[in-house]
Design a protein around this ligand. Sequence first.
Ligand SMILES: Nc1ncnc2c1ncn2[C@@H]1O[C@H](COP(=O)(O)OP(=O)(O)OP(=O)(O)O)[C@@H](O)[C@H]1O
Length: 577
Amino acid sequence: MIKVLSYLRTHSVSLFFVLILLVIQATTDLSLPDYMSDVVNTGVMSGNSSVIYEIGGKMLLITLVGAISSVLIGYNAARIGADVAKELRRDVFHKIQYFSNGEFDKFTTSSLITRSTNDIIQIQTFLIMSIRLVLYAPILGIGGIVKALENSPSMSWIIAVSVIVLLGAILLIITAALPKFRMVQKLLDRLNLVARETLDGMLVVRAFNTQEFEEERFDKASKDLLSVNLFVNRSMAALMPLMMLVMNLTTVAIVWVGAKQVSSFQIDIGTMMAYMQYALQIIMAFLMLAMMFVLIPRSVISANRIEEVLVEAEYIADPKSPEVFDEDFEPVVAFHQVEFKYPEGDGNVLHGIDFVAYPGQTTAIIGATGSGKSTLVNLIMRFYDVTEGSISIHNKDIRCITKKILRDKIGYVPQKSLLFSGTIESNLKYANKEATSEMLDEAAAIAQAKEFIQTKEEGYQSEIAQGGNNVSGGQKQRLSIARALVKNAPIYIFDDSFSALDLKTDRKLRKALEKNTKTSTIFIVAQRISSIRHADQILVLDNGYLVGIGTHEELMYGCEVYREIAKSQLSEEELAI
Ligand SMILES: Nc1ncnc2c1ncn2[C@@H]1O[C@H](COP(=O)(O)OP(=O)(O)OP(=O)(O)O)[C@@H](O)[C@H]1O
């Protein structure tokens, strides 16, 4: 909570201004009953209209000052709340941008969405309310008590009883509702998760006709949230009639006791009326404070959830004094006895991986599903850090350079192609805003994407829908490849990036790639032997172990696992070549 509240520091001038206005507003509110008492006692009772006009005028003026203060307070509170929310959103989003896969695994995407939206809205509401009430309510409460005691100490017990009853009831309601607050945020996370999964997987849902199942799942998440929300809101709603009841009973009690005192000339009618107003102000003040106490626990929970994201130590941190690559940079990538275990995983998924990949060469990685191919290439990008051993590029441990410098050197094509909404051009220029149309053309030609771009009426300006959903899987892959090539990087990683291409396009693409990336170090993760049989070296992974390394011919001769894969994919003639 403290970290979140520290965002108020930059708004201290506005806050100071609001505080002054709050004191003005509370003072004006507290002074009005006394004036009213004067109007009644010296004006109305004696029929002196000039006194009524004079004091009435003053009251109007004071009311105007109070109203202006109130409007300015409301405006400033809303402004500060909205600004802090914007700053929190900016910082949370910035932090998430630099999260590694480990942190995404830890928080989950749906929870990160709730934290950067709903939780921040909770904080905004809390700030707006608390700025308005935090000083106003105590001044009104304490001032009201002092004024009421000044006016008629004999009726103090009425206020004491009302406040005790009100506080008791509020305490009871808050105690019941408090444990549910954390639940609300958790259930929101859950609802988000179900909605995301269903929307992302709409095609699968339709194909398997599981709409009813998904609806039930969504319904359950929604109902769980509804029932907790209902409980919380009903509890809070119960406060209102209770407050009205206490207020009305207090008024009745004051009129009852006050009328007797008036008839026995102990107090004036005006004093009784002023007392009634002070009593109501005191009750209102306690009620406002109670509202604050209702808001505080919920906001603390939200603030803590936001803070968890903001203070999360970067799992993949940049070194304190980073090194840089020399001028004569050569993209030699070396794995030194690398072991790796996922932060949330059971055991090592890579064991003692040791090899060197040289510039101008293609290093292919093959192995059964789940053998660790993607994990291995992800380590080069530092999506995760090695658990033991090290990875070096140009003889520098990649943990000694910044992630920016490292990733600037790499053109990466992920296993699951993803395009952003915009145009083909905006997607291709994603890593290199300065790329010329010739560069885009060249990259598209190598990635075998040029032909299909040309068939489109608007060419490079053709619209790409969210996630690239308006192009085919193969086209998406080609555009992803072209996007990486526009970067003109010394290292390229293609993580199973040719799988959606037909064999002919696959071959053409690899040939063009070979011709145009002569000085780069290339990593290709593949399932198909035909995609990698001409690679300079092939790494064969089996259950996270590097069980073979060499050319196709060498592995056919010396690696049993590779031979098995080859036999399952290639014809007798192909095997014989
Ligand atoms: N985020 C994760 N947390 C825990 N375990 C993971 C995670 N991602 C992958 N794994 C596990 O690590 C192992 C290697 O996965 P990886 O994705 O590297 O395999 P792969 O060889 O690329 O598989 P495929 O060919 O199917 O893409 C698998 O057993 C997988 O279950």
